[in-house]
Design a protein around this ligand. Structure first.
Ligand code: HEM
Length: 444
């Protein structure tokens, strides 16, 4: 079967094709650059638009993407890696404390990892230190609340109409959560802008282009980089658009990665023979050293990278991506007309036994170069594909490796639940719906 037809109730009836085939994903995801909208605007009735920029289309999307791309350049990622490493060290200290408090008990792992990825994204996206800011935790809670509410709205047709939705308790809750989010990001942007004015007045940044030279210890957040780029742009972003950019990176950049890392620990904790290979690799790269990992050492952890890739195959953090066709597209014998809504199911495709034999078997060697070379690149798309793919892919892989490496250099892990017994479900993100309990046993 290549696609499923879904008919949904929205202000007008919406027909959606859920695509299950590699070839069809290829046609849908690589549509022309001129107009590659996602359909979150359709599905979530515009409410997500208030928070994020995911529904921006055409030239506007292209302009904004060009503007934020330099902030994800490889040279800048290395600077961000310093923050990722510092936070990974804090995580291991926190885990040590937790284990000392509850000797012999398994740890509910996801909250620890999420606090870490949230701290990382706050510092890298906004330049805010999480420990100094209680409001950041509130920001994260509200972000989760809004994504749950958006999804609930999708299942209740009478919530479709804004005027009605905002009169009802859930609509009011949603509005208040969005206001908290906006207020926080706007405050940070205003503060950043004021700081920059002050710095300019004091001529502290005489040579902007050299700001990333190694002898300059100052680290810039995504927001600083965006403001730098924005100053050079012919059509700069407004404050509201800047806010949406930062919110998007905050939203897209912490839960996705923390859940991916937690699933990795869960799968390693169920597959001791593969976990042993990770420990062997760590021993080879680090020996008995206890110093934090360097970027070079992280890049040598090829097996760990394959482990993370295989985890994202079985548990893609984003299980579905959406598109609205910008042109008629021929799929098999059918012509699907322009403007049709399409869902590409990453989850179903990456677990399709015709493409991935024995799909629920965890096997990192599927990603050995010799085993991947003949595979269609659209068979594996946890970061989506085509021009509108995940801009944070390299950031996420680096972060996952740094955090996993920091944990697995200290402990062996064993999961309480198995693949058959753990409960999880699809919302915007594929997340566990129960605690992911893991035993951590010191290696020394
Ligand atoms: C394991 C971690 C991650 C996964 C699996 C993931 C996956 C995805 C997917 C599937 C999309 C949707 C693309 C589409 O609709 O085709 C996306 C978009 C996006 N992601 Fe990620 N992501 C991850 C981490 C990150 C991180 C760490 C950041 C930022 C630091 C980030 C920033 C973004 C942004 C800004 C977009 C929107 C891109 C656009 O519309 O131009 N992601 N991500």
């Amino acid at each position: 079967m290549s696609f499923i037809l879904l008919i949904l109730w929205t202000p007008c009836i919406l027909v959606i094709f859920v695509i299950l085939s590699i070839v069809y994903n290829y046609f849908v995801l690589r549509q022309k650059l001129k107009n590659i909208p996602q359909i979150s605007g359709y599905l979530f009735i515009g409410s997500m638009l208030q928070i994020l920029r995911m529904s921006i289309e055409g030239k506007k999307w292209f302009h904004d993407r060009k503007l934020i791309t330099p902030a994800f350049h490889f040279s800048i990622l290395n600077k961000f890696a310093v923050i990722q490493s510092e936070q990974a060290e804090i995580l291991t200290k926190n885990l040590e404390k937790e284990l000392a408090k509850n000797i012999g008990k398994p740890v509910d792992t996801l909250p620890f990892i999420t606090n870490t990825t949230l701290a990382i994204i706050c510092e890298t996206a906004m330049g805010v230190n999480i420990h100094a800011q209680d409001s950041v935790m509130q920001y994260s809670e509200k972000l989760n609340e809004t994504s749950h509410l958006v999804l609930k709205r999708f299942y209740k047709p009478w919530y479709t109409y804004d005027w009605l939705y905002y009169l009802l308790p859930e609509g009011k809750k949603f509005k208040s959560a969005v206001e908290t989010l906006h207020a926080f990001t706007q405050k940070v942007i205003r503060k950043k802008k004021a700081e920059r004015h002050l710095q300019r007045d004091h001529a502290q940044f005489e040579n902007e282009d050299n700001d990333f030279s190694p002898d300059k210890p100052k680290r810039k957040a995504f927001l600083d980089l965006l403001l730098d780029q924005n100053m050079k742009d012919d059509t700069p972003l407004t404050d509201e658009e800047l806010r949406a950019q930062v919110d998007t990176v905050m939203f897209a950049g912490h839960d996705t990665t923390s859940i991916g890392i937690t699933w990795t620990l869960f799968l390693l904790g169920n597959n001791p023979e593969y976990q042993e290979k990770v420990h062997e690799e760590l021993k080879e790269v680090f020996g008995d050293s206890e110093s934090p990992a360097s970027i070079k050492e992280i890049s040598e952890l090829k097996y760990l990278e394959r482990v993370f890739k295989e985890t994202l195959r079985m548990f893609p953090s984003v299980p579905i991506v959406s598109r609205k066709l910008s042109e008629d597209v021929k799929l098999g014998n059918c012509i699907i007309p322009k403007d049709t809504a399409i869902l590409c199911s990453i989850l179903l495709m990456q677990r399709n036994p015709k493409i991935w034999p024995d799909p629920m078997k965890f096997d990192p060697d599927r990603f050995l170069p010799e085993n991947s070379k003949l595979r269609n690149p659209y068979a594996y798309i946890p970061f989506s594909a085509g021009p509108r793919n995940c801009i944070g892919q390299k950031f996420a892989i680096l972060e996952a490796k740094i955090i996993l490496c920091a944990i697995l250099r200290k402990w062996r892990v064993k999961s309480v639940k198995t693949l058959d017994t753990i409960k999880y479900g699809c919302s915007i993100i594929l997340r566990p719906t129960e605690k992911v309990l893991i035993h951590f046993t010191p290696k020394k």
